[in-house]
Write a protein that binds this ligand. Structure first.
Ligand code: ADP
Ligand code: MG
Length: 337
């Protein structure tokens, strides 16, 4: 149950925000080991836009995707869904499943198609699982098959489809409920073009863009591909569970430093870009100043603890002789300190 009071909290969100992630942390506990998979992530998915996510393996991309889709619960933080106009992190699985129906479509990393069913039947099965009513199902599956350009291959078994064709089936399946939604739907893709040749990847992307324009669907795409990322309206870099950079358009993976914008988290912490740190020889301390509209960070060489040690030369209380570091007996008079 969502109370009116709770709904009011979200009344003044801009209309074009479809999903808002706010200061989300995710900690996995297995046995006695805790893994911090996300550490204060905030982002907004806007209506009809393509957001790409890049980052090394283990940086938290899949976790973030599943939290956005309401599959994984955030340990701390809020996830706002525009269709409910509320934070979903406290909702029950039953309410979420229902709410997800006309709002979220998943294109899974491993296209989990049933091998003995053909392309059309696979999409139909997805529609059935997603609760598309029987009387509209067949028609909708036909439309989806046309939309992703699979008419000629729709009677072919999944095992005989190419990688690109299987991806098309997966995309059609993700759209079973979104195709009739007026905007505000989000397709979440976890590395959808991972094992595709560049040409097929290109075609899938054009398809995304087309859907984006015709249906107003938003896309959230985890990718390693330059090609994919170059089509984004906004790209986020993720590293060690934090967003280490935003890019306001498609990116060039080789020159990320040129377009990167970094954002303070809710605790005023700024993620330092590791590529720049490396260029500077990985300094760990800085002097910071603000001059003429610019913040200036200057690497600070001296180790603070070492500086303190140097300042605090110890002398013997009996004879005044200097006592070397780590020694407890005065080398001059033999007194214990
Ligand atoms: N179910 C889980 N249980 C425990 N640890 C997990 C689980 N899922 C992911 N992790 C850990 O969380 C971190 C982020 O993983 P993940 O989100 O899969 O990253 P990515 O998709 O970027 O490779 C990794 O250290 C991973 O080992
Ligand atoms: Mg992953």
């Amino acid at each position: 149950m969502v109370t009116t009071e709770e709904l009011d909290l979200y009344g003044d969100y801009p209309d074009d925000i479809v999903i808002s992630v706010e200061d989300v942390y995710k900690i996995y506990k297995t046995h006695d080991i805790e893994t911090v998979a996300l550490s204060g992530v905030s982002l907004q998915i806007l209506e009809g836009k393509i957001m790409c996510v890049v980052g090394p393996s283990g940086s938290g991309k899949t976790t973030l995707t599943n939290i956005i889709g309401g599959i994984t619960k955030a340990t701390v933080g809020k996830v706002y869904w525009a269709n409910l106009r509320t934070d979903i992190t406290k909702l029950s699985e039953r309410v979420l499943t229902e709410a997800r129906r006309n709002f979220i479509g998943f294109v899974f990393q491993v296209n989990n198609l049933l091998p003995h069913l053909n392309a059309w039947q696979n999409v139909e099965l997805a529609a059935r699982i997603a609760g598309v009513p029987k009387k509209v199902r067949q028609d909708r599956v036909d439309r989806l098959i046309r939309l992703v350009g699979l008419e000629e291959r729709m009677r072919s078994k999944a095992t005989t489809l190419s990688g690109g064709e299987r991806s098309r089936v997966a995309i059609a399946s993700a759209l079973v409920n979104l195709i009739d939604t007026e905007g505000k739907g989000v397709v979440l893709c976890d590395e959808p073009t991972g094992d595709l040749d560049p040409e097929t990847a290109e075609r899938i992307l054009d398809l995304f863009q087309e859907l984006n324009e015709t249906l107003g669907t938003s896309f959230f795409i985890v990718t390693h591909s330059q090609q994919v990322a170059s089509k984004a309206d906004i790209t986020i870099e993720i590293r060690d569970g934090i967003i280490s950079g935003f890019h306001q358009a498609g990116i060039d993976l080789d020159t990320l430093g040129e377009t990167r914008i970094i954002r303070l988290d809710n605790n005023y912490r700024l993620p330092m870009p590791t590529d720049l740190l490396e260029m500077a020889g990985n300094p760990t301390q800085f002097r910071i100043s603000f001059e003429d509209g610019r913040f200036i960070l200057e690497p600070h060489k001296d180790d603070m603890a070492e500086t303190m040690r140097v300042q605090k030369v110890r002398t013997c209380r009996v004879c005044g002789h200097e006592i070397p570091k780590g020694k407890f007996i005065c080398p001059n008079c033999g007194s214990t300190v």
